[in-house]
Design a protein around this ligand. Structure first.
Ligand code: ADP
Ligand code: MG
Length: 265
């Protein structure tokens, strides 16, 4: 198995309150190479925490994560991250942002060549010399994707990468990401709270529940690509997932709001 999470749990200890908060436990997820897997769940169920653990940024409290036979203990160039906020350097132009993580790993000429290849893939060739503030939100996120790809990682870890974009830009980015995925054959682990987004993109959707976080479904998406909006199979799947999440969302509402608000479809 390419990536295997085996009985993974995460707890945060609060020294001051002498208490322990369980984010999730008993997470078993196996991902095959080249698979596009989404992790879908309500806010706070631990999606970002789980992804940071795969990235090697957070240690597991229990269980283990194995990538290509090796336990994940720290970040590595085999994993590229893309976050909701692109976190680019404003004092560097587009190309220099992409080559930044390649510094010391190859010559400047090679790094530029690598950057240009991926900037072409994300359709930013014309903007190589531009600064970040000159780009739209969607273009900035393309730079972040090119930067993650430039390391030639085995797996791309994406945490709500299009969550801050407007709807039209998000649709365009979905098509772009599908093209990139098909071209590069990367494995993608994609965190989202959008059911439609998960259905549009994924081979598989892992649905998480919350308080504490856990897996409530692992769904294979058998819909031919490209997946157009509004097709019956997608709507049916959306309804099914909504049904799974309804109770979970209400659990969050009950804890977070004092007045009674109920979420129904
Ligand atoms: N460093 C931390 N210390 C304490 N609690 C944390 C920390 N990071 C995350 N949490 C808690 O873990 C839970 C899951 O967070 P997160 O992974 O960000 O959820 P999601 O991405 O699904 O919205 C939340 O309740 C959050 O408050
Ligand atoms: Mg998150």
């Amino acid at each position: 198995m390419f990536l295997k999470m085996d009985n993974v749990g995460k707890y945060f200890h609060n020294e001051e309150k002498q208490s322990t908060f369980e984010v999730f436990s008993g997470i078993d997820i196996s991902v095959e190479e080249n698979q596009f897997v989404s992790i879908l769940g309500p806010s706070g169920c631990g999606k970002s925490t789980l992804l940071s653990m795969v990235a090697g940024l957070e240690p597991a409290s229990e269980g283990e994560m194995i990538l290509e036979g090796k336990e994940i203990k720290q970040p590595g160039p085999d994993r590229g991250m893309v976050f909701q906020q692109p976190a680019l350097f404003p004092w560097l132009n587009v190309r220099d942002n992409v080559t930044f993580p390649l510094k010391g790993k190859m010559s400047r000429t090679e790094a530029n060549k690598q950057a240009d290849h991926y900037l072409k893939m994300v359709q930013l060739s014309r903007f190589k010399e531009n600064y970040i503030y000159e780009l739209s939100g969607g273009m900035q996120q393309r730079v972040a994707i090119a930067r993650a790809l430039a390391m030639d990682p085995k797996i791309l870890l994406m945490d709500e990468p299009f969550g801050a974009l407007d709807e039209q830009t998000r649709y365009i980015m979905h098509d772009e990401l599908m093209k990139i995925w098909q071209e590069t054959k990367k494995t993608i682990l994609f965190v989202t709270h959008s059911i439609q987004e998960a259905i549009k993109l994924s081979d598989r959707i892992i649905v998480m529940g919350t308080r504490p976080g856990r897996i409530i479904a692992d769904i294979t998406v058998d819909i031919a690509r490209p997946r157009k909006r509004g097709i019956l199979e997608a709507i049916e799947l959306e309804e099914r997932i909504m049904g799974l999440l309804e109770g979970e969302i209400n659990k969050v509402l009950k804890e977070e709001l004092t007045n009674e608000v109920e979420f129904t479809r």
